[in-house]
Design a protein around this ligand. Structure first.
Ligand code: SAH
Ligand code: SF4
Ligand code: F3S
Length: 437
């Protein structure tokens, strides 16, 4: 038998790309590929790209420049572009960069095995269709290989919201939900491989409609999966937080008290210009209801500063919303013009204004994050241990609130949920002491 061919995948962007990379590796496994961690010994390199902010294509070209000499060492090496840049600009990349053999969009990667066959004959392969056939049906069952205790599981893809700044509706297509029974089966496969915590993924995960009861209905089905101990989901849109989902946060023990609920801005004028279809007050009322259901919930968010037309007052409204909510952690970005989106037509704000605002917002969010971490000291949390730490005898895992926690513990805690008392807070993690159960 010939030696297995080696596949190197570099993943950019969101968690859905992480999930897609796993599935692409599994699909190419059928063609005899095993994964490698070094591009130097690869027979196939896939760049799984992200298009969300500026310079996405430039980053791909410079990565291709670095990869090109590897073709001199291994003349059989094939290089492919996957993900959202492939979808948006794949044809152009293939034209401009002869080093690229293959371009595959996020909705067509189940066709990778056939595309690999084609490129092995020296041909080029490009597929950025939004095909009618369901890629998840074509992909085989999840690999039976032993895995770590946490996994992502895509349940919904695409977006119909068309926020004025965002490329996702164009790169990922319309909202599609996977049927609940297939998701349950995949969750069971993951649990059999050692997974204890599943994060359900979707660009608008709470718009999930593959179950009569929506995302909450799916969560309750997953609640019944033996061996699955924790459920999370991301990313949610405020307008799709229905009563059943809010209620599940208070009543479903497996559903973790952490919610990533982007609002983008605290100014109603800007929210309207962004086509978010909700107000700042509506968002605050929603947060109140979620916190009533689950008072200890840790909230996370996304913010954009410097959206076209954003005034000082609009920005102050965002700062005020952040003070009103008090986030456990959050992401914030400078507005980035994306070709083809409605906001790209509008006059842009000066760079220094955006930089100032971003700095102020990040300062406030950092204060809130530090305060939230400090408030954990002295509390007992439950940690799902994931791996050994850097120091001998130290194990690392995540609390229900998604804080990284490290503690002295025997290696057999990995893959189990243990009670831990938090005794100190470090910059990006918490220090704990293992409690007897
Ligand atoms: N579907 C999710 C996340 C989409 S992308 C949602 O609706 O929240 C993740 C984040 O990237 C967004 O929440 C937004 O804050 C940021 N983002 C998207 N487009 C952007 C742009 N053009 N410039 C800057 N940030 C952007
Ligand atoms: Fe983009 Fe808005 Fe859709 Fe989120 S909801 S993916 S920000 S268009
Ligand atoms: Fe990026 Fe596409 Fe995800 S643009 S954020 S990889 S959906």
């Amino acid at each position: 038998m010939s030696a297995p061919k080696k596949l190197f995948i570099k993943t950019y962007g969101c968690q859905m790309n992480v999930y897609d990379s796993e599935r692409m590796a599994e699909a190419l496994g059928g063609n005899g590929y095993v994964e490698t961690k070094t591009p130097e010994d690869a027979d196939m390199i896939l760049l799984n790209t992200c298009h969300i902010r500026e310079k996405a294509a430039e980053k791909v070209y410079s990565e291709l420049g670095r990869m090109k000499p590897l073709k001199d060492i291994n003349p059989n090496l094939k290089i492919g572009i996957a993900g959202c840049v492939a979808q948006a600009e794949g044809e152009e990349i293939m034209r401009r960069a002869p080093v690229v053999d293959l371009v595959v969009g996020p909705q067509s990667y189940h066709r990778l095995p056939a595309m690999d066959d084609a490129v092995q004959t020296g041909a080029k392969a490009l597929d950025t269709d939004f095909p009618d056939d369901d890629k998840f049906e074509t992909l085989k069952a999840r690999s039976k290989a032993k895995r770590g205790p946490t996994a992502f599981l895509t349940v919904q893809e695409g977006c119909d919201k068309f926020c004025a700044f965002c490329v996702v509706p164009y790169t990922r297509g319309a909202e599609v939900s996977r049927p609940a029974d297939r998701i349950i089966r995949e969750a069971q496969e993951l649990v059999e491989s050692g997974v204890r915590e599943i994060t359900l993924l979707g660009q608008n995960v709470n718009a999930y409609h593959g179950h009569d009861g929506g995302l909450a209905g799916l969560i309750w089905e997953l609640d019944k999966v033996d061996g699955l101990e924790r459920i999370r989901f991301t990313t949610s849109h405020p307008n799709d937080m229905d009563d059943a989902l809010i209620d599940a946060h208070g009543t479903c023990e497996k559903l973790m008290p952490y919610l990533h609920l982007p609002v983008q801005s605290g100014s109603n004028r800007i929210l309207k210009a962004m086509n978010r279809k909700h107000t700042a007050e509506g968002y605050l009322r929603l947060i109140e209801r979620i916190r009533a259901a689950r008072p200890d919930l840790l909230l996370s968010g996304d913010f954009i500063v410097g959206f076209p037309g954003e005034t000082d007052q609009d920005f102050e409204d965002t700062m005020q919303l952040v003070r009103d909510v008090h986030y456990g952690q959050a992401y914030s970005f400078k507005y980035s013009t994306r070709p083809g989106t409605p906001a790209a037509e509008k006059p842009q704000l000066p760079e220094d204004v955006m930089n100032d605002r971003l700095q102020r917002l990040q300062g406030l969010l950092r204060e809130q994050q530090i305060a939230t971490q400090a408030s954990m000291v002295g509390r007992d949390v439950k940690v799902l241990f994931e791996k050994a730490g850097r120091e001998a005898g130290q194990m690392i895992g995540k609390s229900e609130y998604l804080h990284a926690v490290f503690a002295e513990a025997p290696a057999d805690v990995i893959g189990t949920v243990r009670r831990v008392r938090i005794i100190d807070d470090a910059t990006n993690s918490l220090k704990g002491e293992l409690l007897s159960q």
